[in-house]
Design a protein around this ligand. Structure first.
Ligand SMILES: Cc1cc2nc3c(=O)[nH]c(=O)nc-3n(C[C@H](O)[C@H](O)[C@H](O)COP(=O)(O)O)c2cc1C
Length: 320
């Protein structure tokens, strides 16, 4: 059970925010496998306030797509206040502040993990968000900007004082990007420093790693990010292991191919064939990761333009 303000989520495994990935078909697919909390792709508060059309498309959701978090990127309290007013009109269950994105263009504006350099402003932004928001506010952080400025505990405490309902921590610094060791000690320290919910993120790639994170840090939940790429089964595998130590059998190749077809179909219906097939190329590789005989098919998938071409490659994989 993970408690987010007044929301109780039965599972301790959340789908992490994934820009460029977490569209409605991806979220719904993972939900069909047991995911109980998902996030819409990160949205720039400024783009939302100035209603950029691509941003509005990203905000598409459905009745079954709940409970749902929306993550805002931004560091200006005034803009964030206006963005929260807009989000209040949408069917979402929590609003998250992104203080974790490592991309240069973002941090260069002092947004994303760039915010970690100014904890006072983080608190100011969160206070405004909490005051305006109709739903619980959360924050996603890293352990610090770099190894010489590990300030996640200070940021988490400020977040708690500002009235935030939960802190999500990617256990790496901004300098580490997406590689290197995940700092369980830092997550544990945060968990021990605040009384609000804490969820850990970083290399939750299988059930053992999820259990290690929960056991070693004492965090309330884990966030699944790269572990969910081409692997919605992770939402069955993790709870089975965490709750009763049970092993979840790896999906058979035929089952993987059925889910791939279903995912491709949903994406084509949602994005239109041309865009969906381009986007599915990456998923093709992720789904077949480690499967014998998939290498040549992956290269061909990267050139596929039509849904039928992609489907034929999936059919070929079944026969291998
Ligand atoms: C493709 C991709 C997109 C991501 N987008 C976001 C995002 O929009 N917001 C965010 O807070 N984190 C984002 N993350 C970070 C993840 O949520 C997660 O914290 C990070 O990948 C560490 O978990 P992992 O090692 O299990 O992948 C992204 C990560 C990846 C790989």
């Amino acid at each position: 059970m993970f408690r987010l303000g007044n929301i109780s989520i039965p599972s301790r495994c959340l789908l992490a925010p994934l820009a460029g990935i977490s569209d409605l078909p991806f979220r719904m697919l993972n939900r069909s496998f047991g995911c109980e909390y998902a996030f819409i792709e990160m949205v720039s508060a400024r783009a939302l306030v100035y209603t950029n059309r691509n941003t509005l498309k990203m905000l598409d959701t459905g009745i079954e797509d709940r409970p749902l978090g929306l993550q805002l990127l931004g560091n200006d309290p005034k803009v964030m206040a206006r963005a929260v007013d807009i989000v209040n009109q949408m069917p979402v269950d929590s609003i998250d502040l992104n203080a974790a994105c490592p991309v240069n263009k973002v941090t260069g504006r002092g947004e994303g993990s760039g915010m970690l350099k100014d904890p006072e402003n983080i608190e100011a932004v969160l206070r405004v968000m909490v005051a305006r928001s109709a739903v619980p506010v959360t924050i996603k952080i890293r352990t610090g900007w770099d190894s010489s400025s590990l300030n996640a505990v200070e940021v988490a405490k400020r977040a708690e004082q500002a009235g935030v309902a939960a802190v999500f921590v990617h256990g790496r610094t901004r300098q580490q990007g997406y590689s290197g060791l995940v700092d369980y000690d830092a997550i544990k320290e945060i968990k021990n420093s605040v009384s609000i919910a804490v969820a850990g993120s970083g290399d939750i790639l299988n059930a053992e790693l999820a259990k290690t994170m929960l056991d070693e840090t004492g965090c309330d939940a884990v966030m699944i990010a790269r572990g969910a790429l081409g692997n919605p089964w992770i939402f069955k595998e993790l709870p089975a292991f965490i709750n009763s130590g049970g092993a979840f059998p790896a999906p058979k190749k035929s089952e993987i191919c059925i889910v791939m077809s279903q995912h491709l179909d949903e994406m084509c219906g949602y994005h239109g064939e041309e865009q969906a097939v381009k986007m599915f190329r990456k998923f093709f590789g992720w789904y077949l990761k480690g499967l014998a005989g998939s290498h040549a098919l992956k290269s061909r998938a990267f050139k596929a333009r039509k849904k039928d071409e992609m489907q034929l490659l999936i059919d070929e994989m079944i026969k291998k």
